[in-house]
Design a protein around this ligand. Structure first.
Ligand code: NDP
Ligand code: 8X3
Length: 252
């Protein structure tokens, strides 16, 4: 079946950047495959944006079998993926490595690294056929270390470097690849990171004028709709109120 409307496959579309991106792409005339574990949120998104425009795919990205089954089960009008937004991800914990919970580390590696490469691997044949694009959501944490960022920063450094490696491998295919590296943006990210501490989340963002999920969605939209001869390799963005701090020194 020939597909004229373009389709974005957006992981983690139940919240934050992913939900905002789903809204942005549907507003721009695309169809969206929206993924996530929270079925009620996916159903709300479908209700809001229309079942003809959004296909809900409920699965845990860490379950490779469920992910592949969801791709297999895509209805005809959502099968030909033009854009993969690898957005599902999380930080867990803020403790230094020597105090961190190993389970949190496994969760971050399995979600931010392992699942991301598995989904990419599954969709590459379609993306090559469609001369599509991949936007991988990395982070400023990929480049700038901070205490308590240990494994989270490591996973995002992987995402950025993997994106550049994909660019090299996909040379000549017409497939575009971008690592998008945002700094502080207010979503459910900190609530998840702190295992549900709403006060900590509110305190982090208070008065900081953080970026919004819509800021990131607009940037993904811009990257994906550039003329086909242009590729943004990596793009780092922060709120104006956020910048860099110095090195720390332990003194006698
Ligand atoms: P949110 O917590 O608001 O959204 C995270 C999304 O990821 C949710 O839709 C969640 O869906 C999904 N997700 C997490 N784990 C899984 C899983 N195991 N299976 C399926 N889906 C999963 O955070 P953000 O929107 O802020 O985060 C999106 C991405 O942006 C992440 O990769 C994050 O690391 C990155 N990022 C965030 C920044 C920020 O300051 N907010 C800055 C830089 C990068 P569900 O729970 O329904 O499964
Ligand atoms: C999220 C940004 O600074 O909390 O990736 O790591 S930060």
């Amino acid at each position: 079946m020939t597909q004229t409307t373009r389709t974005a496959f957006i992981t983690g579309a139940t919240s934050g950047f992913g939900a905002a991106a789903a809204r942005r792409f549907v507003a721009g005339g695309w169809n969206v495959v929206a993924t996530g574990r929270r079925d009620d949120r996916l159903r709300k998104l479908v209700h809001e944006l229309g079942a003809d425009r959004v296909h809900p795919a409920m699965f845990d990205v860490r379950d490779e079998g469920a992910m592949r089954a969801a791709i297999e089960a895509l209805p005809a009008q959502f099968k030909s993926i033009d854009l993969l937004v690898n957005n599902a991800g999380l930080a867990q914990g803020t403790l230094p490595a020597q105090k961190a919970d190993l389970t949190d580390w496994h969760t971050m590696i399995d979600t931010n690294v392992r699942a991301l490469v598995e989904i990419t691997h599954a969709l590459l044949p379609t993306l090559i056929e469609r001369q599509g694009a991949i936007v991988n959501i990395s982070s400023t944490a990929a480049t700038y270390p901070y205490t308590g960022g240990n494994v989270y920063g490591g996973t995002k450094a992987f995402v950025s470097q993997f994106s550049l490696g994909l660019r090299a491998d996909l040379h000549g295919t017409g497939v575009r690849v971008t690592a998008l590296e945002p700094g502080m943006a207010e979503t459910e990210f900190t609530l998840v990171r702190t295992h549900g501490d709403q006060a900590a989340s509110d305190a982090l963002y208070k008065g900081a004028h953080p970026m919004t999920a819509d800021d990131i969605a607009d940037t993904i939209w811009w990257i994906a709709t550039l003329p086909p001869h242009l590729n943004i390799n990596r793009l780092e963005m922060m709120p104006t109120r956020q910048s860099f701090a110095g090195f720390q020194v332990a003194r006698d």
